[in-house]
Each structure stands twice: as C-alpha cells, then as structure tokens.
Design a protein around this ligand. Structure first.
Ligand code: AMP
Length: 305
C-alpha cells in the first residue's frame, strides 16, 4: 500500500478520524521537505513506535513562510516533493500532508503562538527574531490538524526541540514530543536541507562547525581537570572563546554565534548542570548552518564540585 498524499486539511482530517476512532496511535513528523536521511530517521522511529499498536505515521511537508525572517532564504529553500514522497514511502510512512501556504494561512489569519521565556533569548531565538513564533504557530496548527499521539523532532535543532516540548507541556496538548539523534555525513557534517546550496569549498569549510563543537566537548569532558574548574564561569567562557576563534579562523565562515549552555534548561552552566550543550551557527556564503553537541559534565558521584 503506497503513501497517501493530502493537500487539504479537511481531507486529511477525514482520513485520520477513522484511525483515531479505532484507538490507533498517530505519529507525526513535521518537516519542510527536501528530505534527507536525518528526516528519514525520524520517520523510521515513528513507524517503529506506532506499528506495534497498528498506528500510522504522518509526515508533513510545508515550507513555513512565517518562520523565515529572511525572504531570500525562503525563496531559495529547496523543494523536491516527488523525491520526498518516494523516500517517505520507502521509509514506511502512511500519509504525507503537503498543504499550500494559503491552506495553512488563509486570508485573515492573525492568531500566533509565542513563548515568553529566557530560553528564547539565546542561540537562534536571539539570532533570528520571530523565528520561533513562526515555528510554535505552525507546529501547534499541525498538532491541532493531525492530533498525533507522538511527534518527532531532531536534536539537530536542539532549541526547537526544547521549546516544542515546553509548548506541549505548557498548553497541555497531551502529545509526546520525542527527540531523535542528529544524523551526520561520514565526515561529521550534520545533514541539512541547506547543505545542497553549498559550493564544494563551502562544504569543506562547513566542517569547522562539527570540529569546533567536538574539540570544545573534549575540553569540557577533560577528566584530567577537576569538575569544579571545568564548570566554572571562567572556564566555560574560555572554551566559548576558543569556539568563536576556531570558527573565525575559517576564511569561508561568518560566525553567527557559538555558545555553551545547560542542555536541560538552556540557561547558563552551573554546578547543578549534568549535560552542557555546545551550539554554533555560521554562514557559509549565503547559507546559514547550525549544529550542536552535548558534553557530559555531571558525574557527581565520582567527582565533587
Ligand atoms: P526541517 O525540514 O529542517 O524543518 O527539519 C524537520 C525535522 O528534521 C526537524 O525536527 C529537524 O530537527 C529534523 N532534522 C533535520 N536535520 C536532521 C539531522 N541531520 N538529523 C536528525 N534530524 C534532523
């Protein structure tokens, strides 16, 4: 049985009503298309999770205009619907929902979801004003349209995963928001739909992100150094400085940010931090890439702070 494609909300809803009435779970994988193995890993996870209970997986493909603060980034966003459908089918997805912008944002649309929280004053929240308002709005619309049991997002967009988990909790949506590990190329570059826009030279330069994060992670996890010292504000600042300098040394990179935060709060690293998150964003030509990695700084039993 092939994957079914719906472009209209009402048609999708009608198809899902039957499944929901039978009590079968629905997994949702929201994407902006131009699918790669990173997206497909979320689809595979959803298929695996829903199948034992006879459930289904819905993949949404929608380039959400209101989360782009840069019009030319939106216009140049890759669109490959036919190839996407083939990949979804191969991965075992049951339904692809591919609405038009007019279907999601009809004339007169004026209700948005936003979050007042310090977690939006860091990383992409600070670098891309209005971006998360667009993400929160479209994902809450998708949640209302599909009413999934579980929804799958990549750790590659760690701040997005964080805010979506918080939204589902804050608004009592009753949906499990599940994070899936970042899928990388063999040389470490995180898969991204935007990678196809890189020249060969920019593609090589982009490796500075994963290299920097990894070197920073090794410094934070250095067991030869007392934990107290490793999580001190001075040491964190010095590793952050190292990350910024390393990215700036790459001639084809224009750094947007590099930071180290508590992975569980997105606040500053403190002596209660168990996992630190190193995150970086940079432009390679006109293409902006992001990446992140966690460092284990919390083995409190073995090391005293
Ligand atoms: P996007 O189409 O870029 O909006 O991404 C759709 C979903 O796929 C998001 O939840 C992303 O975090 C996730 N994703 C994108 N790239 C990767 C990757 N390399 N590994 C795992 N998940 C990813």
């Amino acid at each position: 049985m092939g994957v079914k494609v719906y472009h209209r909300i009402e048609e999708l809803r009608a198809a899902l009503t039957q499944i929901r009435s039978e009590g079968c779970p629905i997994g949702l994988v929201p994407t902006m298309g131009a699918l790669h193995c990173g997206h497909i890993s979320l689809v595979t996870q959803s298929v695996q999770d829903q199948q034992p209970e006879n459930g289904i997986t819905v993949v949404s493909i929608f380039v959400n205009p209101i989360q782009f603060e840069n019009q030319s980034d939106l216009e140049r966003y890759p669109q490959t619907l036919d190839a996407d459908l083939a990949l979804c089918e191969e991965a075992g997805a049951d339904i692809v929902f591919a609405p038009t912008a007019g279907e999601i944002y009809p004339q007169g649309f004026s209700t948005y979801v936003d979050m007042e929280d310090d977690c939006l004053n860091v990383l992409c929240g600070r670098a891309r004003p209005g971006h998360f308002r667009g993400v929160l709005t479209v994902v809450s619309k998708l949640f209302h349209i599909v009413e999934p049991t579980r929804a799958y997002f990549g750790e590659k967009d760690a701040q997005q995963l964080f805010v979506l988990k918080k939204m589902a909790r804050d608004l009592n949506m009753g949906i499990s928001v599940i994070g899936c590990p970042t899928v990388r190329e063999e040389d470490g570059l995180a898969l991204s739909s935007r990678n196809t826009r890189l020249s060969a030279e920019e593609r090589t330069a982009a490796l500075c992100l994963v290299r920097t994060l990894n070197e920073g992670r090794i410094k934070l996890e250095d067991r030869g150094r007392a934990l107290r010292e490793r999580i001190s504000a001075e040491f964190i600042a010095s590793v952050k400085h190292f990350m910024i300098e390393t990215i700036e040394r790459e001639p084809l990179a224009r750094i947007d940010y590099a930071d180290i935060l508590d992975a569980e709060t997105l606040g500053a690293v403190t002596n209660t931090t168990r996992k630190a998150m190193l995150a970086a964003a940079a432009f390679f030509g006109t293409t902006r890439l992001i990446d992140n990695m966690n460092a284990d700084v919390g083995n409190r039993d073995e090391e005293t702070v």
